[in-house]
Design a binder for this molecule. Structure first.
Ligand SMILES: Cc1ncc(COP(=O)(O)O)c(C=O)c1O
Length: 485
């Protein structure tokens, strides 16, 4: 290489050296992984101080063009294959920053496999499209007037819609919440995000069910929260564990999904609900009750105990989350938070900063859907259909994998939580399933120990359920055979 250091230039020598390497890297002359000369040797060659070379290399490293490898000096960064000769921002460095942690590789793998239409998807936590109220919503969309205005919405939510939600909560859950105590959000997930940003701080300890709703975990971790698990049995979480977690870790909040818990399907008994409330009141810590599935009782099962929010009426210890994602369609992105007025005000203020409020068009549409009684009729239909699908899945499990798997009998909602008799590593069972073209969720996603999986019957037809479970049986057989080789 021919060095042309211009000692008369105002540009410092180290920057001239860095720029020269930059050109060679971007032109492809120095490919990814190529070593740069050792600092001492280059300093001698150029007749400059070693510190000048150190500064030049530091500049290259900071721009992401080079990396240091322990024991081998500096080389061109590995991720620069196909790099454009233009001076682009170092997107690699940018995209590895930010406050949201990237999705875990296991979740990415599941997302990728979900896109394959040949795969029977027993992982997706939503209704199949034939169970979405598409026709009713399309008709309402045509007839719903957008009279008020299409200006920025009230960040708390449209007033008429909040009145309807107040009546909805009263009628279906016995919950008394005035319109001012309700916030409309873009799904329960946004409510969780707002809560982590507004009422918690990095380092705070939160008690969650173990295992817990999968998408709450990365959100909480990204917010810098410390998570502690409350063990569960068939009657839901063990409330007294909250007390011992509090003593050890100074818990600041309990997050629970007491009815038809995702993923275990368990429902917290009335006695435990009362005990949990008693403990949290004593410790003066709030409970966030996620009730995404509460109205999905399957036929032949008793209604669940009242929501914690109802049991705590007037007590002010519970923040209640609801959503239309599981009983209508997740694409609507409509959920709500009911809680103490001060909390709702704080969350609404943050929502204003975050997105200026949920789309007024969707709020009006959903308002008509709820107030016309169509949601209730739809709920009857999906509860019936979900009962059929659950029974088909239970029957197929019994027939094909009864000797290898244990499961619970869900009384509501979408999922069956299974324990494999042989605790196969999650990665292995997932990959073998994908090879056999069936997808399910391994327990690791929920923070469970090895040997658990969640199967969902809501998103597939009866015939797909049956075929899916035969593929699941083949998966377990393949894993067993390869272990014996
Ligand atoms: C327990 C639980 N809470 C919240 C959500 C998120 O719901 P939404 O679509 O309303 O954001 C889900 C979705 O799977 C869930 O299972």
């Amino acid at each position: 290489m021919e060095w042309k250091l211009d000692r008369t230039s105002k540009e410092p020598l180290f920057r001239q050296i860095a720029r020269s390497f930059e050109k060679r890297i971007q032109s492809g002359e120095l490919p990814p992984g190529a070593p740069l000369p050792p600092e001492r040797k280059l300093a001698e060659e150029l007749g400059v101080n070693r510190s000048t070379i150190t500064a030049a290399y530091e500049e290259l490293r900071a721009s992401g063009l080079t990396q240091s490898v322990q024991g081998s000096g500096t080389c061109v960064s590995d991720h620069l294959w196909g790099v454009s000769p233009r001076r682009l921002p170092n997107w690699h460095q940018y995209t590895n920053g930010g406050s949201f942690l990237p999705t875990l590789p296991l979740s990415k793998r599941i997302r990728e496999a979900s896109a394959d239409p040949r795969v029977i998807n027993l992982a997706r936590g939503q209704l199949s499209s034939d169970l979405f109220p598409e026709e009713a919503l399309s008709d309402l969309l045509k007839s719903t007037p957008l009279t008020a205005s299409l200006s920025y919405p009230d960040p708390k939510g449209d007033e008429i819609f909040r009145h309807t939600l107040s009546a909805h909560l009263q009628k279906h859950y016995g919950i008394e919440a005035a319109p001012e105590e309700i916030l409309v959000v873009s799904g329960a997930q946004q409510a969780l995000h707002l809560l982590t940003q507004c009422i918690l701080s990095p380092g705070d300890a939160v008690a969650i069910e173990g295992p817990s709703y999968a998408y709450s975990l990365p959100l909480f971790i990204s917010a810098g929260l410390r998570l502690f698990r409350i063990p569960l049995d068939e009657q839901g979480l063990l409330p007294d564990e909250v007390m011992s977690l509090y003593q050890k870790h100074k818990i600041r909040m309990v997050f629970a999904n007491p009815t038809y818990q995702n993923p275990t399907g368990t429902t917290l008994s009335l006695a435990r609900r009362k005990r949990l409330l008693q403990i949290c009141e004593e410790l003066r810590i709030p409970i966030v009750e996620d009730d995404a599935y509460g109205s999905l009782t399957l036929h032949g099962s008793q209604a669940p105990p009242p929501a914690l929010m109802k049991l705590n009426q007037g007590g002010g210890s519970v923040i209640y989350l609801g959503s239309l994602s599981k009983t209508a369609a997740p694409g609507l992105r409509i959920g709500w938070v009911a809680g103490p007025r001060s909390v709702i005000e704080r969350l609404a203020d943050a929502k204003q900063q975050m997105d200026f409020g949920t789309s007024i068009v969707v709020q009006r549409l959903v308002e008509s859907y709820l107030s016309s009684g169509q949601w209730e009729r739809h709920l009857q239909r999906i509860r019936k259909e979900l009962t059929i699908r659950r029974d088909v899945m239970l029957q197929a499990l019994d027939q094909y994998v009864g000797d290898q798997v244990k499961w619970n009998m869900p009384e509501g909602s979408y999922h069956i939580w299974c324990r494999l008799r042989n605790a196969i590593p999650d990665r292995e069972v997932l990959e073998t399933g994908i090879q056999n073209r069936v997808l399910f969720l391994p327990g690791e996603i929920y923070g469970a120990e090895r040997g658990y999986i969640r199967l969902t019957y809501a998103g597939v037809s009866e015939s797909e359920i049956e075929e899916g479970i035969t593929r699941f049986e083949r998966t377990l057989q393949t894993v067993k055979n390869s272990a014996q080789i």
